[in-house]
Design a protein around this ligand. Structure first.
Ligand code: GAP
Length: 504
Protein backbone atom coordinates (compact mmCIF):
# COMPACT_ATOMS: atom_id res chain seq x y z
CA UNK A 1 0.00 0.00 0.00
CA UNK A 2 2.40 2.77 -1.06
CA UNK A 3 1.62 6.21 0.33
CA UNK A 4 1.67 9.23 -1.94
CA UNK A 5 4.28 11.89 -2.53
CA UNK A 6 3.56 15.55 -1.81
CA UNK A 7 3.12 16.08 -5.55
CA UNK A 8 0.45 13.39 -5.81
CA UNK A 9 -1.38 14.83 -2.81
CA UNK A 10 -1.36 18.36 -4.22
CA UNK A 11 -2.69 17.03 -7.50
CA UNK A 12 -5.51 15.07 -5.82
CA UNK A 13 -6.44 18.08 -3.67
CA UNK A 14 -6.87 20.27 -6.73
CA UNK A 15 -8.52 17.61 -8.94
CA UNK A 16 -11.13 16.62 -6.37
CA UNK A 17 -11.85 20.03 -4.88
CA UNK A 18 -10.08 19.94 -1.53
CA UNK A 19 -7.62 22.83 -1.84
CA UNK A 20 -7.06 25.59 -4.41
CA UNK A 21 -4.39 28.30 -4.70
CA UNK A 22 -5.75 31.59 -3.32
CA UNK A 23 -6.63 34.31 -5.89
CA UNK A 24 -5.77 31.79 -8.60
CA UNK A 25 -7.50 33.57 -11.49
CA UNK A 26 -5.12 36.52 -11.00
CA UNK A 27 -2.03 34.33 -10.94
CA UNK A 28 -2.31 33.26 -7.30
CA UNK A 29 -1.19 34.84 -4.04
CA UNK A 30 1.74 33.11 -2.37
CA UNK A 31 1.01 31.68 1.05
CA UNK A 32 -2.79 31.78 0.73
CA UNK A 33 -5.01 28.79 -0.04
CA UNK A 34 -8.75 28.32 -0.43
CA UNK A 35 -10.54 25.22 0.77
CA UNK A 36 -12.93 23.79 -1.82
CA UNK A 37 -16.21 21.85 -1.45
CA UNK A 38 -14.53 18.79 0.07
CA UNK A 39 -11.72 20.67 1.82
CA UNK A 40 -14.16 22.70 3.86
CA UNK A 41 -15.94 19.50 4.99
CA UNK A 42 -12.69 17.80 5.98
CA UNK A 43 -11.48 20.92 7.77
CA UNK A 44 -14.77 21.28 9.66
CA UNK A 45 -14.65 17.60 10.65
CA UNK A 46 -11.08 17.94 12.00
CA UNK A 47 -12.07 21.02 13.98
CA UNK A 48 -15.23 19.31 15.29
CA UNK A 49 -13.19 16.27 16.40
CA UNK A 50 -10.74 18.56 18.22
CA UNK A 51 -13.55 20.54 19.90
CA UNK A 52 -15.41 17.38 20.92
CA UNK A 53 -12.32 15.82 22.46
CA UNK A 54 -10.93 18.94 24.16
CA UNK A 55 -14.09 20.79 25.20
CA UNK A 56 -17.15 18.47 25.32
CA UNK A 57 -15.38 15.39 26.65
CA UNK A 58 -13.64 17.28 29.48
CA UNK A 59 -15.14 18.98 32.50
CA UNK A 60 -12.34 21.48 32.93
CA UNK A 61 -12.59 23.43 29.67
CA UNK A 62 -14.44 26.46 28.27
CA UNK A 63 -14.62 27.64 24.66
CA UNK A 64 -13.96 31.07 23.16
CA UNK A 65 -14.07 32.87 19.81
CA UNK A 66 -12.12 36.15 20.10
CA UNK A 67 -11.68 38.76 17.36
CA UNK A 68 -8.84 38.52 14.86
CA UNK A 69 -7.76 42.18 14.87
CA UNK A 70 -6.25 43.12 18.18
CA UNK A 71 -5.29 46.34 19.96
CA UNK A 72 -1.64 47.07 19.30
CA UNK A 73 -1.01 47.17 23.06
CA UNK A 74 -1.93 43.48 23.35
CA UNK A 75 0.77 42.48 20.91
CA UNK A 76 3.25 44.95 22.30
CA UNK A 77 2.96 43.57 25.82
CA UNK A 78 2.78 39.95 24.70
CA UNK A 79 6.30 40.50 23.34
CA UNK A 80 5.33 39.99 19.69
CA UNK A 81 6.17 43.52 18.53
CA UNK A 82 9.73 43.11 19.76
CA UNK A 83 10.43 39.45 19.09
CA UNK A 84 7.99 37.83 16.62
CA UNK A 85 10.45 37.97 13.77
CA UNK A 86 12.41 35.70 11.50
CA UNK A 87 15.89 36.50 10.14
CA UNK A 88 15.72 37.75 6.56
CA UNK A 89 18.47 38.04 3.97
CA UNK A 90 18.38 39.55 0.46
CA UNK A 91 20.23 38.70 -2.72
CA UNK A 92 21.17 42.08 -4.21
CA UNK A 93 21.64 40.51 -7.64
CA UNK A 94 17.95 39.72 -8.17
CA UNK A 95 16.25 41.30 -5.13
CA UNK A 96 15.00 37.89 -3.94
CA UNK A 97 14.39 37.67 -0.22
CA UNK A 98 14.89 34.56 1.94
CA UNK A 99 14.49 33.36 5.46
CA UNK A 100 18.07 32.87 6.61
CA UNK A 101 17.64 29.38 8.07
CA UNK A 102 15.62 28.18 5.05
CA UNK A 103 18.29 29.48 2.69
CA UNK A 104 21.02 27.71 4.63
CA UNK A 105 19.03 24.47 4.79
CA UNK A 106 18.68 24.55 0.98
CA UNK A 107 22.50 24.58 0.51
CA UNK A 108 24.67 21.56 -0.17
CA UNK A 109 26.30 20.05 2.98
CA UNK A 110 29.79 21.26 2.03
CA UNK A 111 28.53 24.86 1.72
CA UNK A 112 26.77 24.60 5.09
CA UNK A 113 29.97 23.22 6.58
CA UNK A 114 32.05 26.05 5.16
CA UNK A 115 29.64 28.69 6.54
CA UNK A 116 29.84 27.04 9.98
CA UNK A 117 33.64 26.94 9.79
CA UNK A 118 33.85 30.63 8.83
CA UNK A 119 31.51 31.50 11.71
CA UNK A 120 33.53 29.32 14.14
CA UNK A 121 30.46 27.15 14.82
CA UNK A 122 29.62 23.46 14.71
CA UNK A 123 27.81 22.55 11.44
CA UNK A 124 25.87 19.80 13.24
CA UNK A 125 24.28 22.31 15.63
CA UNK A 126 22.08 24.07 13.10
CA UNK A 127 20.16 26.15 15.68
CA UNK A 128 23.36 27.53 17.21
CA UNK A 129 24.75 28.31 13.75
CA UNK A 130 21.61 30.27 12.78
CA UNK A 131 21.73 32.11 16.12
CA UNK A 132 25.37 33.06 15.44
CA UNK A 133 24.53 34.30 11.92
CA UNK A 134 21.78 36.45 13.43
CA UNK A 135 23.84 38.00 16.13
CA UNK A 136 26.90 38.65 13.90
CA UNK A 137 25.31 39.97 10.67
CA UNK A 138 28.46 41.49 9.12
CA UNK A 139 30.42 38.26 9.58
CA UNK A 140 27.38 36.30 8.31
CA UNK A 141 27.23 38.25 5.04
CA UNK A 142 30.99 37.72 4.50
CA UNK A 143 30.71 34.00 5.32
CA UNK A 144 27.86 33.53 2.82
CA UNK A 145 29.97 35.22 0.15
CA UNK A 146 33.10 33.21 0.83
CA UNK A 147 31.26 29.86 1.17
CA UNK A 148 29.47 30.48 -2.14
CA UNK A 149 25.88 30.32 -0.86
CA UNK A 150 23.63 29.90 -3.89
CA UNK A 151 20.28 31.52 -4.58
CA UNK A 152 17.69 28.68 -4.85
CA UNK A 153 15.79 30.71 -7.46
CA UNK A 154 18.63 31.49 -9.90
CA UNK A 155 20.99 28.68 -8.88
CA UNK A 156 23.85 31.20 -8.87
CA UNK A 157 26.03 32.36 -6.00
CA UNK A 158 24.22 35.36 -4.49
CA UNK A 159 25.37 38.78 -3.43
CA UNK A 160 24.07 38.61 0.12
CA UNK A 161 23.11 41.48 2.42
CA UNK A 162 23.52 41.31 6.17
CA UNK A 163 20.68 39.36 7.75
CA UNK A 164 18.16 41.40 9.72
CA UNK A 165 15.04 40.55 11.69
CA UNK A 166 11.71 40.78 9.87
CA UNK A 167 8.59 41.10 12.04
CA UNK A 168 5.94 38.73 10.74
CA UNK A 169 2.83 40.47 12.03
CA UNK A 170 0.37 41.98 9.56
CA UNK A 171 -0.40 45.55 10.59
CA UNK A 172 -3.65 47.21 9.56
CA UNK A 173 -5.29 50.60 10.02
CA UNK A 174 -8.54 50.75 11.97
CA UNK A 175 -11.27 53.26 11.10
CA UNK A 176 -11.16 56.18 8.67
CA UNK A 177 -8.17 58.03 10.18
CA UNK A 178 -4.84 56.51 9.30
CA UNK A 179 -2.57 58.05 11.95
CA UNK A 180 0.03 56.51 14.26
CA UNK A 181 -2.59 55.75 16.90
CA UNK A 182 -5.16 53.99 14.70
CA UNK A 183 -3.49 50.77 13.80
CA UNK A 184 -3.83 47.25 15.12
CA UNK A 185 -2.50 43.83 14.22
CA UNK A 186 -4.01 40.72 12.74
CA UNK A 187 -3.27 38.24 15.51
CA UNK A 188 -0.26 35.99 14.84
CA UNK A 189 -1.63 33.37 17.28
CA UNK A 190 -5.13 32.90 18.69
CA UNK A 191 -3.64 32.62 22.19
CA UNK A 192 -3.61 36.34 22.97
CA UNK A 193 -7.42 36.50 22.63
CA UNK A 194 -7.58 33.87 25.38
CA UNK A 195 -5.21 35.75 27.69
CA UNK A 196 -7.05 39.05 27.24
CA UNK A 197 -10.37 37.33 28.04
CA UNK A 198 -9.02 35.33 30.98
CA UNK A 199 -10.75 37.50 33.59
CA UNK A 200 -14.03 37.63 31.61
CA UNK A 201 -14.17 33.86 31.40
CA UNK A 202 -13.29 33.36 35.08
CA UNK A 203 -15.86 35.91 36.20
CA UNK A 204 -18.64 34.60 33.96
CA UNK A 205 -18.11 30.89 34.65
CA UNK A 206 -16.76 30.88 38.24
CA UNK A 207 -13.94 28.59 37.14
CA UNK A 208 -11.21 27.67 39.62
CA UNK A 209 -7.75 26.24 38.88
CA UNK A 210 -6.99 24.07 37.04
CA UNK A 211 -9.03 24.75 33.93
CA UNK A 212 -8.52 25.59 30.26
CA UNK A 213 -9.87 27.80 27.50
CA UNK A 214 -10.00 26.41 23.97
CA UNK A 215 -10.23 28.34 20.74
CA UNK A 216 -10.13 27.59 17.02
CA UNK A 217 -9.50 30.46 14.67
CA UNK A 218 -7.47 32.20 12.01
CA UNK A 219 -4.02 33.62 12.63
CA UNK A 220 -1.81 35.56 10.23
CA UNK A 221 1.93 35.49 9.72
CA UNK A 222 3.74 37.35 6.99
CA UNK A 223 6.11 34.42 6.37
CA UNK A 224 9.22 35.43 4.41
CA UNK A 225 9.13 32.25 2.35
CA UNK A 226 5.76 30.48 2.51
CA UNK A 227 6.21 27.04 0.95
CA UNK A 228 5.39 23.38 0.80
CA UNK A 229 1.72 23.74 -0.12
CA UNK A 230 -0.40 24.34 3.01
CA UNK A 231 2.46 23.50 5.37
CA UNK A 232 3.70 27.08 5.69
CA UNK A 233 1.07 29.68 4.84
CA UNK A 234 0.48 33.33 5.65
CA UNK A 235 -3.17 32.88 6.63
CA UNK A 236 -3.48 29.82 8.86
CA UNK A 237 -5.91 28.38 11.34
CA UNK A 238 -4.98 27.22 14.83
CA UNK A 239 -6.60 24.98 17.42
CA UNK A 240 -5.24 26.25 20.72
CA UNK A 241 -5.74 25.52 24.40
CA UNK A 242 -4.44 27.67 27.20
CA UNK A 243 -4.61 25.44 30.25
CA UNK A 244 -4.27 27.41 33.50
CA UNK A 245 -2.82 25.70 36.55
CA UNK A 246 -1.18 26.51 39.87
CA UNK A 247 2.56 27.28 39.69
CA UNK A 248 4.43 24.13 40.63
CA UNK A 249 1.86 21.83 38.97
CA UNK A 250 2.80 23.01 35.45
CA UNK A 251 5.31 20.28 34.66
CA UNK A 252 2.84 17.53 35.52
CA UNK A 253 0.17 19.15 33.34
CA UNK A 254 2.70 19.50 30.53
CA UNK A 255 3.18 15.71 30.50
CA UNK A 256 -0.60 15.20 30.73
CA UNK A 257 -1.19 17.28 27.61
CA UNK A 258 1.62 15.63 25.68
CA UNK A 259 -0.03 12.25 26.22
CA UNK A 260 -3.55 13.56 25.44
CA UNK A 261 -2.49 15.19 22.23
CA UNK A 262 -0.61 12.14 20.93
CA UNK A 263 -3.72 10.06 21.61
CA UNK A 264 -5.88 12.58 19.73
CA UNK A 265 -3.63 12.46 16.67
CA UNK A 266 -3.81 8.68 16.75
CA UNK A 267 -7.63 8.88 16.78
CA UNK A 268 -7.47 10.99 13.63
CA UNK A 269 -5.39 8.36 11.83
CA UNK A 270 -1.98 9.92 12.48
CA UNK A 271 -0.08 7.19 14.39
CA UNK A 272 2.39 7.79 17.18
CA UNK A 273 5.07 5.99 15.21
CA UNK A 274 4.99 8.82 12.65
CA UNK A 275 5.43 11.57 15.27
CA UNK A 276 8.76 12.38 16.90
CA UNK A 277 8.72 14.38 20.13
CA UNK A 278 11.26 17.18 20.07
CA UNK A 279 12.19 18.64 23.45
CA UNK A 280 13.01 22.05 21.99
CA UNK A 281 16.58 23.16 22.87
CA UNK A 282 16.77 26.17 25.16
CA UNK A 283 18.26 28.45 22.45
CA UNK A 284 15.31 27.72 20.15
CA UNK A 285 12.51 28.37 22.65
CA UNK A 286 10.00 31.15 21.95
CA UNK A 287 10.33 34.22 24.17
CA UNK A 288 7.47 33.07 26.44
CA UNK A 289 8.43 29.42 26.85
CA UNK A 290 9.87 27.63 29.87
CA UNK A 291 9.88 24.34 27.94
CA UNK A 292 8.25 23.18 24.69
CA UNK A 293 7.60 19.80 23.13
CA UNK A 294 7.23 20.01 19.37
CA UNK A 295 5.37 17.12 17.73
CA UNK A 296 7.26 16.46 14.50
CA UNK A 297 5.18 14.53 11.98
CA UNK A 298 6.89 12.70 9.14
CA UNK A 299 5.33 14.57 6.17
CA UNK A 300 5.78 13.04 2.71
CA UNK A 301 8.72 14.63 0.87
CA UNK A 302 9.35 17.14 3.73
CA UNK A 303 10.32 14.69 6.45
CA UNK A 304 9.82 15.46 10.15
CA UNK A 305 8.31 18.91 10.62
CA UNK A 306 6.25 20.53 13.37
CA UNK A 307 2.54 19.72 13.41
CA UNK A 308 1.86 20.92 16.95
CA UNK A 309 3.71 22.70 19.72
CA UNK A 310 2.96 21.99 23.39
CA UNK A 311 4.51 24.81 25.37
CA UNK A 312 4.86 25.58 29.04
CA UNK A 313 4.28 29.36 28.80
CA UNK A 314 4.77 29.76 32.56
CA UNK A 315 3.09 32.97 33.87
CA UNK A 316 4.69 35.00 31.08
CA UNK A 317 1.61 36.31 29.25
CA UNK A 318 -0.82 36.94 32.10
CA UNK A 319 2.07 38.34 34.13
CA UNK A 320 3.14 40.63 31.34
CA UNK A 321 -0.40 41.94 30.63
CA UNK A 322 -1.00 42.47 34.35
CA UNK A 323 2.23 44.46 34.65
CA UNK A 324 1.36 46.53 31.58
CA UNK A 325 -2.11 47.30 32.92
CA UNK A 326 -0.54 48.57 36.12
CA UNK A 327 1.97 50.72 34.21
CA UNK A 328 -0.72 52.14 31.94
CA UNK A 329 -2.99 52.94 34.90
CA UNK A 330 -5.70 50.61 33.63
CA UNK A 331 -6.04 48.56 36.82
CA UNK A 332 -7.10 51.58 38.85
CA UNK A 333 -9.54 52.73 36.17
CA UNK A 334 -11.31 49.42 36.01
CA UNK A 335 -11.38 49.14 39.80
CA UNK A 336 -13.19 52.49 40.11
CA UNK A 337 -15.88 51.49 37.66
CA UNK A 338 -16.63 47.87 38.37
CA UNK A 339 -16.47 45.08 40.90
CA UNK A 340 -13.88 43.15 38.96
CA UNK A 341 -10.21 44.01 38.97
CA UNK A 342 -8.18 43.90 35.80
CA UNK A 343 -5.31 42.04 37.40
CA UNK A 344 -5.11 38.70 35.66
CA UNK A 345 -5.04 36.60 38.80
CA UNK A 346 -7.13 33.82 40.27
CA UNK A 347 -7.24 32.34 43.80
CA UNK A 348 -4.58 29.69 44.43
CA UNK A 349 -6.41 26.39 45.01
CA UNK A 350 -4.63 25.78 48.33
CA UNK A 351 -3.87 29.20 49.83
CA UNK A 352 -6.79 31.08 48.23
CA UNK A 353 -4.38 34.00 47.69
CA UNK A 354 -4.45 35.67 44.24
CA UNK A 355 -1.91 34.11 41.91
CA UNK A 356 -0.97 34.56 38.25
CA UNK A 357 -1.47 31.00 36.98
CA UNK A 358 0.99 29.04 34.85
CA UNK A 359 -0.13 28.02 31.37
CA UNK A 360 0.30 24.86 29.32
CA UNK A 361 -0.48 25.48 25.66
CA UNK A 362 -1.15 22.71 23.14
CA UNK A 363 -1.27 24.55 19.80
CA UNK A 364 -1.97 22.71 16.56
CA UNK A 365 -2.34 24.06 13.03
CA UNK A 366 -5.51 23.06 11.19
CA UNK A 367 -3.78 23.32 7.80
CA UNK A 368 -0.91 21.10 8.93
CA UNK A 369 -3.46 18.68 10.43
CA UNK A 370 -5.22 18.53 7.04
CA UNK A 371 -1.95 17.73 5.32
CA UNK A 372 -1.07 14.99 7.82
CA UNK A 373 -4.53 13.41 7.77
CA UNK A 374 -4.58 13.44 3.97
CA UNK A 375 -1.05 12.01 3.78
CA UNK A 376 -1.90 9.14 6.11
CA UNK A 377 -5.14 8.38 4.26
CA UNK A 378 -3.69 8.52 0.72
CA UNK A 379 -3.28 4.95 -0.53
CA UNK A 380 -2.50 3.38 -3.90
CA UNK A 381 -3.69 -0.19 -4.33
CA UNK A 382 -3.47 -2.74 -7.10
CA UNK A 383 -6.78 -4.55 -7.46
CA UNK A 384 -7.25 -8.26 -8.31
CA UNK A 385 -7.91 -7.33 -11.94
CA UNK A 386 -4.54 -5.53 -12.10
CA UNK A 387 -6.06 -2.04 -12.11
CA UNK A 388 -4.70 0.57 -9.75
CA UNK A 389 -6.98 2.58 -7.52
CA UNK A 390 -6.30 5.64 -5.38
CA UNK A 391 -8.28 5.61 -2.17
CA UNK A 392 -8.37 8.00 0.77
CA UNK A 393 -8.70 5.76 3.81
CA UNK A 394 -9.86 8.57 6.06
CA UNK A 395 -11.30 7.77 9.48
CA UNK A 396 -15.08 7.79 8.84
CA UNK A 397 -15.71 10.71 11.23
CA UNK A 398 -13.35 12.85 9.10
CA UNK A 399 -14.64 11.81 5.67
CA UNK A 400 -16.06 14.84 3.80
CA UNK A 401 -18.94 12.74 2.44
CA UNK A 402 -20.23 9.94 4.65
CA UNK A 403 -22.51 8.24 2.13
CA UNK A 404 -23.08 8.66 -1.61
CA UNK A 405 -26.51 7.52 -2.82
CA UNK A 406 -26.31 6.52 -6.49
CA UNK A 407 -29.28 5.81 -8.77
CA UNK A 408 -28.22 3.13 -11.28
CA UNK A 409 -30.25 4.78 -14.04
CA UNK A 410 -30.25 8.56 -14.05
CA UNK A 411 -33.34 8.95 -16.22
CA UNK A 412 -35.69 6.46 -14.55
CA UNK A 413 -37.92 8.37 -12.20
CA UNK A 414 -38.92 5.26 -10.23
CA UNK A 415 -35.21 4.75 -9.36
CA UNK A 416 -34.16 8.39 -8.84
CA UNK A 417 -37.15 9.13 -6.58
CA UNK A 418 -36.22 6.24 -4.26
CA UNK A 419 -32.55 7.33 -4.27
CA UNK A 420 -33.56 10.91 -3.39
CA UNK A 421 -35.81 9.68 -0.58
CA UNK A 422 -32.97 7.54 0.85
CA UNK A 423 -30.59 10.51 0.65
CA UNK A 424 -33.04 12.74 2.55
CA UNK A 425 -33.64 10.08 5.21
CA UNK A 426 -29.92 9.44 5.78
CA UNK A 427 -29.21 13.18 5.83
CA UNK A 428 -31.79 13.53 8.60
CA UNK A 429 -29.79 11.19 10.83
CA UNK A 430 -27.09 13.84 11.34
CA UNK A 431 -24.25 11.67 10.01
CA UNK A 432 -22.61 14.58 8.20
CA UNK A 433 -22.81 15.14 4.46
CA UNK A 434 -24.80 12.59 2.42
CA UNK A 435 -24.58 13.12 -1.34
CA UNK A 436 -27.11 12.29 -4.06
CA UNK A 437 -24.69 11.27 -6.80
CA UNK A 438 -25.90 11.08 -10.39
CA UNK A 439 -22.94 12.67 -12.15
CA UNK A 440 -21.61 9.67 -14.09
CA UNK A 441 -21.71 5.94 -14.53
CA UNK A 442 -21.40 3.68 -11.52
CA UNK A 443 -17.73 2.80 -12.12
CA UNK A 444 -16.75 6.47 -12.33
CA UNK A 445 -18.82 7.25 -9.23
CA UNK A 446 -17.04 4.53 -7.23
CA UNK A 447 -13.63 5.80 -8.41
CA UNK A 448 -14.47 9.37 -7.47
CA UNK A 449 -15.75 8.37 -4.04
CA UNK A 450 -12.70 6.18 -3.37
CA UNK A 451 -10.49 9.18 -4.15
CA UNK A 452 -12.37 11.50 -1.79
CA UNK A 453 -12.68 8.92 0.98
CA UNK A 454 -16.46 8.30 1.07
CA UNK A 455 -16.85 5.27 3.37
CA UNK A 456 -20.07 3.96 1.79
CA UNK A 457 -21.75 4.07 -1.61
CA UNK A 458 -25.42 3.04 -1.69
CA UNK A 459 -26.78 2.00 -5.08
CA UNK A 460 -30.45 1.94 -5.98
CA UNK A 461 -31.11 -0.37 -8.95
CA UNK A 462 -33.94 -2.03 -10.86
CA UNK A 463 -34.26 -4.82 -8.27
CA UNK A 464 -34.78 -2.19 -5.53
CA UNK A 465 -37.93 -0.90 -7.25
CA UNK A 466 -39.31 -4.28 -8.36
CA UNK A 467 -38.28 -3.93 -12.02
CA UNK A 468 -35.48 -6.51 -11.88
CA UNK A 469 -35.40 -10.27 -12.05
CA UNK A 470 -34.95 -11.06 -8.37
CA UNK A 471 -38.11 -10.24 -6.42
CA UNK A 472 -36.36 -11.06 -3.13
CA UNK A 473 -34.29 -7.87 -3.61
CA UNK A 474 -37.25 -5.45 -3.70
CA UNK A 475 -36.80 -2.61 -1.18
CA UNK A 476 -33.10 -3.43 -0.71
CA UNK A 477 -30.01 -1.54 -1.89
CA UNK A 478 -26.36 -2.43 -2.50
CA UNK A 479 -23.90 -0.92 -0.03
CA UNK A 480 -20.25 -0.85 -1.11
CA UNK A 481 -17.51 -0.54 1.51
CA UNK A 482 -14.67 1.82 0.49
CA UNK A 483 -11.88 -0.15 2.16
CA UNK A 484 -12.85 -3.80 1.66
CA UNK A 485 -14.77 -3.24 -1.60
CA UNK A 486 -17.33 -5.74 -0.22
CA UNK A 487 -20.86 -5.24 -1.51
CA UNK A 488 -23.77 -6.12 0.72
CA UNK A 489 -27.51 -6.05 0.08
CA UNK A 490 -29.27 -4.16 2.89
CA UNK A 491 -32.99 -3.52 3.44
CA UNK A 492 -33.88 0.16 3.00
CA UNK A 493 -35.74 0.05 6.32
CA UNK A 494 -32.51 -1.10 8.09
CA UNK A 495 -30.11 1.14 6.16
CA UNK A 496 -29.90 4.10 8.58
CA UNK A 497 -29.11 1.91 11.60
CA UNK A 498 -26.73 -0.24 9.51
CA UNK A 499 -24.69 2.80 8.42
CA UNK A 500 -24.77 4.45 11.84
CA UNK A 501 -23.42 1.24 13.33
CA UNK A 502 -20.60 1.00 10.76
CA UNK A 503 -19.63 4.66 11.10
CA UNK A 504 -19.40 4.28 14.84
N1 GAP B 1 0.42 30.07 20.34
C1 GAP B 1 1.59 29.30 20.08
C2 GAP B 1 1.98 29.27 18.69
O1 GAP B 1 1.39 29.94 17.86
P1 GAP B 1 3.62 28.12 17.01
O2 GAP B 1 4.54 26.96 17.21
O3 GAP B 1 4.18 29.36 16.41
O4 GAP B 1 3.00 28.41 18.44
C3 GAP B 1 1.55 26.60 16.58
O5 GAP B 1 2.37 27.64 16.14
C4 GAP B 1 1.15 25.73 15.40
O6 GAP B 1 0.56 26.53 14.38
C5 GAP B 1 2.29 25.01 14.73
O7 GAP B 1 2.63 23.80 15.38
C6 GAP B 1 1.74 24.76 13.35
O8 GAP B 1 0.92 23.61 13.35
C7 GAP B 1 0.87 25.98 13.12
N2 GAP B 1 1.57 27.00 12.29
C8 GAP B 1 2.43 27.93 12.71
N3 GAP B 1 2.86 28.69 11.69
C9 GAP B 1 2.26 28.21 10.58
C10 GAP B 1 2.27 28.57 9.19
N4 GAP B 1 2.97 29.61 8.73
N5 GAP B 1 1.51 27.84 8.33
C11 GAP B 1 0.76 26.80 8.77
N6 GAP B 1 0.69 26.44 10.06
C12 GAP B 1 1.42 27.11 10.96
Amino acid sequence: MPAGSMEELVSLCKRRGFIFQGSEIYGGLQGFYDYGPLGVELKNNIKAAWWRSNVYERDDMEGLDASIIMHRMVLRHSGHEATFSDPMIDNKKNNKRYRLDHLLKDQKPDVQKKVAELMGEDADNFAALVAALNTRPTQASAAFKEAGVRDPFSGEVGEWTEPKPFNMMFKTTIGPVADEESYGYLRPETAQGIFTNFKNVVDSTSRRLPFGIAQIGKAFRNEITPRNFIFRVRELEQMEIEFFCAPGTDEEWHEHWLEKRLKWWEDQGVPRGKIEILDVPREDLAHYSKRTYDLMYDYPTLGHEEIEGIANRSDYDLGSHTKAQGELGLVAKVEENSDSIAKLTIPHPETNKPVVPFVIEPSAGVDRAMLAVLSEAFTKETLDNGNERIVLKLKPHLAPIKVAVIPLARNKEEITSVAKRIKAELQGLGLGRVLYEDSGNIGKAYRRHDEVGTPFCVTVDFDTVGKGEDTALVDTVTVRDRDTLAQERVKISDLGAWIQNKLR
